[in-house]
Design a protein around this ligand. Sequence first.
Ligand SMILES: C[S@@+](CC[C@H](N)C(=O)[O-])C[C@H]1O[C@@H](n2cnc3c(N)ncnc32)[C@H](O)[C@@H]1O
Length: 230
Amino acid sequence: MSFDRATDKFRTFGRAKGRPLSPQAQTLWDETFPDLKWTIGTTLSDLEAKDELWLEIGFGGAEHLLWQAEAHPDIHLVGAEPFLNGVSKAVRGIADASLKNLSLHHGDVRDVLAGLPDNSLSKIFVLFPDPWHKTRHHKRRLLRTEFITELYRVLKPGGELRFASDIIHYVDWTLSRLKRFTTPEGGGWTFTHSAVQEWRIRGEDWPGTRYEAKAGREGRPCHYFKFLKH
Ligand SMILES: C[S@@+](CC[C@H](N)C(=O)[O-])C[C@H]1O[C@@H](n2cnc3c(N)ncnc32)[C@H](O)[C@@H]1O
């Protein structure tokens, strides 16, 4: 089943803008963003000699995104984020580290997903998605079944989905949907954690984020998951 962006009308993010960009940030944006912008419909074969394509959804302040791009020069990473000031931080970080393997989508990741062919990504990161606590807002949660179906479609067999949250109710919500998910061919998600204690370990090759640090300061334990597409 493929995802119908037109019928999925619920907005999943909060603020799209914070303070106006500083003149320096605006200049850097004007000069570099056109070349960093992810063109919907691009595939791995359009990129210069990269082994894999990865996607980070809702990268916030881009701490994790920039770290992964720097640590893995042989992959190409796409980051999607509607919050202008977050995207501006990514633009700054790319310039500072002279990164060449990172593209940005300033907007809703569902538009990026809709342009990706089946089985095209090797990793997807969804770190601390907005929890939308109130029941009447649950329809705004990103990890609804339709979205999970779309992530499944674009991931390669054996590809990895990483998810983190500090909100236990959202963890339960997501795990139950991932566990229930099956395709007519018997496909689904393989859980890579056997013990609950492992959920508390971020693991290697997985740096922290700003939102996560805030959760820690406010006393909320964080949970980390890796699922493989089978
Ligand atoms: C709670 S923040 C976490 C940010 C970051 N991952 C971190 O851990 O610091 C959730 C982020 O997801 C973004 N987001 C929500 N819906 C999105 C969508 N449809 N496409 C892309 N990003 C989205 C929000 O704008 C927000 O920056």
